[in-house]
Every structure is written in structure tokens, then in C-alpha cells.
Design a protein around this ligand. Structure first.
Ligand SMILES: NC(=O)c1ccc[n+]([C@@H]2O[C@H](COP(=O)([O-])OP(=O)(O)OC[C@H]3O[C@@H](n4cnc5c(N)ncnc54)[C@H](O)[C@@H]3O)[C@@H](O)[C@H]2O)c1
Length: 321
């Protein structure tokens, strides 16, 4: 890392000191004007992902973009179009794909160990984990949505990646906004700042059912905050197969063994992808390789997120083209 752009001068200095970076800018365009900078990683509030990524690509920078890719599929498509036009590497930093447990699961599935996978159950259930009530995170115009885009994006991407199938046919969803608007549900119970003036117009709980074109299904349940039991596994994905089941996180296999139903802890083995998303992106950029997170896949994930909200507001099942 050679430079940082951060509009808040105090945070800019903190970050520059932390990473020992000598070049810092409070205007990101100044950074984009630097001819010796080849690539940028964009970790800005969601509503800035599309405009800043498009400017960066037009300035001939390769772009690693934080999730969610954008605040709508329309914006995501524009970013992709610009990357293709400018012939730059673009990747969304879906870091779950690089998790060793996801990689073990993918490997098992590709070797046919689960048989035919017919359903995935994915969940992320925080009891009290709304990020900064009143900040950009809790305002639709800045975040694009609440827990569904913030946490659900990881679940949708992981399930479709494990299925090896992004061909979603339809989405039914429902979203709720029950605790956040009351100022309740921020990171720790008891420390919530009960202040109804803090803007909150996004979802803090959601459910969805995705149907794939080939007939398999994915169910999602996501909360930033809810009155619910504490569970050991706050987030995970459970895959149902005809020969066995597999769950994340951690990676475990369920199947019939000689002594009956058995659970196998899948110890990390030699992995196909040993890199983290940043090194992977840099290597792809340097060597002209296709990133693990393909652009068409990220676009489909964004379409699914849009469809969950469209289904929630219309009360209908949304067909995906
Ligand atoms: N991959 C993950 O699991 C993961 C984890 C955390 C955050 N994120 C994503 O990263 C992004 C940022 O999240 P965060 O928690 O760091 O948010 P944050 O609000 O803590 O940080 C955003 C920073 O952007 C700065 N900023 C705002 N406008 C700017 C501009 N025009 N130019 C330069 N700087 C500007 C703000 O001053 C702030 O310091 C989000 O999209 C979030 O979804 C991803």
C-alpha cells in the first residue's frame, strides 16, 4: 500500500500512521490522479462504491471493491461495463470464498461427496449487532439496505458459489425494521442509545427463499438484531445432499457411516486457494488471471438482493432474468 484517500482528516492521519503510508489525500480524486498508482481498494460507504469505482476505472486503476458491490444491480452493471471498457481488473472482496472452510466444502462438493445437493439453509442471526445506529449504515440512501445487504450478501454469494450455479430463477422475501428505529439493537444490549431521532430506515431482520432454475432452493434468515436465543453458530450455511450434508462454519460433514449417522470434522487440508482476497486480486492483476469472484456472479448476487426488497415491497415472487 502506497497511499490512502480518506475525507476525514483525523481518520486519514490515523490510517496513514497505522499503515506507515506517507502519501495521503483527503480528496480521492487526487489519489486517482497519481500515475504511479496501479490499483485501488475501495472501502467506502455503499452509496459511493459505484461512482468511485467508475472514476477509478476510468483513471485506469484496477479495482478491488468492498461488498456489497453497489446499492443496486443497475449500478453494479455500470461498474462492470466500465471495467470491461477500460480493460481493468475488477473484483468484489467476497472474503468468505477465501475462507479455508469454504474451500474445503467446495472441494468436497466438486468431488461429488454430497451427491445431489437440493437445498441450502443460510443464516446470520445477530441478537444485537446493528452497526452504528444513525450512521450511513442505517440509512437506505447511503447503504442501499440493512442487514440483507450487509450480511446477506455474504450468504447469497457463498451459497451460489458452493452450488457452482448462479442461475437463480425467482426470489421471495420479506424484510422487517423493528428494533433499529427505536434505537435498540446496537452492538451490545444495555448500551443502546435510545434515541428515536437517529435515522434508521433499513431492515434489521429478513427472510427469503431463492429457487434455482434447475429446481434446488436456498433459504435465508438474517438479523442485525432480534430478541432470540443465543446460538453458538451466529452464521452458517447448511447444505443438504443425497449422500451427505455439509455445514459451514466450521466445515463439517454429516453422512451414514458403518456405525450409523456420523459427523466428520473436516480438518483443513491442502487448499486450492491459499491467498487472501487482496493478494489474490493483486496476483490476478499482475498476471492477467481471472479472479475467483467473477463479475457476472457478483452482478447476480446484487440482483438477488434487489429482488428480496422488490418482493418484500410488492408481496410477490420476483423472477430473475
Ligand atoms: N468484507 C467485509 O466483511 C466488510 C467488513 C467491514 C466493512 N465492509 C465494507 O466496507 C465498506 C466500509 O465500511 P466501514 O465499516 O469501514 O465504514 P466506515 O464508515 O467505518 O468507514 C468509511 C470511511 O470512508 C470515509 N469516506 C466517506 N466518504 C469519503 C470520500 N468521499 N472520500 C474518502 N473517504 C470517504 C469515511 O470518512 C470513513 O472513514 C462498506 O461498504 C462495508 O460494507 C466489508
Amino acid at each position: 500500500m502506497v497511499a490512502i484517500a480518506e475525507s476525514d482528516p483525523k481518520r486519514c492521519k490515523e490510517a496513514s500512521d497505522m499503515y506507515k503510508v506517507t502519501r495521503s489525500y483527503t480528496d480521492f480524486r487526487e489519489l486517482l490522479d497519481q500515475p504511479d498508482i496501479d490499483a485501488v481498494t475501495i472501502a467506502l460507504p455503499n452509496y459511493l462504491h459505484a461512482p468511485v469505482a467508475i472514476e477509478a476505472l476510468r483513471a485506469r486503476k484496477h479495482v478491488l471493491l468492498e461488498k456489497p458491490m453497489a446499492t443496486s444491480a443497475k449500478e453494479a452493471a455500470k461498474i462492470i461495463e466500465t471495467a470491461k471498457k477500460m480493460k481493468r481488473t475488477l473484483m468484489v472482496a467476497q472474503h468468505f470464498r477465501f475462507d479455508r472452510h469454504t474451500q474445503i466444502a467446495k472441494d468436497f462438493i466438486e468431488r461429488g461427496q454430497l451427491g445431489e445437493i437440493y437445498h441450502a439453509r443460510a443464516f446470520w442471526l445477530r441478537r444485537s449487532g446493528i452497526p452504528r445506529i444513525g450512521s450511513w449504515f442505517t440509512q437506505k440512501k447511503f447503504a442501499g439496505g440493512g442487514c440483507t445487504v450487509d450480511l446477506g450478501v455474504h450468504l447469497v454469494d457463498t451459497c451460489l458459489h458452493l452450488f457452482g450455479d448462479f442461475d437463480v430463477r425467482s426470489v421471495s422475501g420479506h424484510v422487517y425494521s423493528k428494533l433499529g428505529p427505536k434505537g435498540v439493537g446496537s452492538f451490545e444490549w444495555g448500551k443502546s442509545d435510545i434515541n428515536p431521532q437517529k435515522p434508521f430506515d433499513v431492515d434489521d431482520y429478513s427472510v427469503a427463499l431463492l429457487k434455482m432454475r434447475k429446481g434446488t432452493t436456498i433459504s435465508l434468515e438474517i438479523s442485525w438484531a432480534a430478541y432470540q436465543p443465543s446460538i453458538a453458530r451466529e452464521y452458517g450455511v447448511d447444505l443438504m445432499g443425497t449422500l451427505g450434508g455439509l455445514s459451514l462454519f466450521p466445515a463439517r460433514l454429516f453422512r451414514d457411516g458403518p456405525a450409523g449417522y456420523e459427523t466428520v470434522e473436516l480438518a483443513p487440508s491442502k487448499l486450492a486457494h491459499q491467498e487472501d482476497p487482496i493478494h489474490h486480486f493483486v496476483n490476478c492483476t499482475l498476471h492477467g488471471k481471472k479472479p475467483l469472484v467473477a463479475l457476472e456472479e457478483s452482478l447476480k448476487v446484487q440482483q438477488v438482493l434487489d429482488a428480496i426488497y422488490a418482493s418484500a415491497s410488492s408481496g410477490k415472487e420476483i423472477l430473475i432474468k
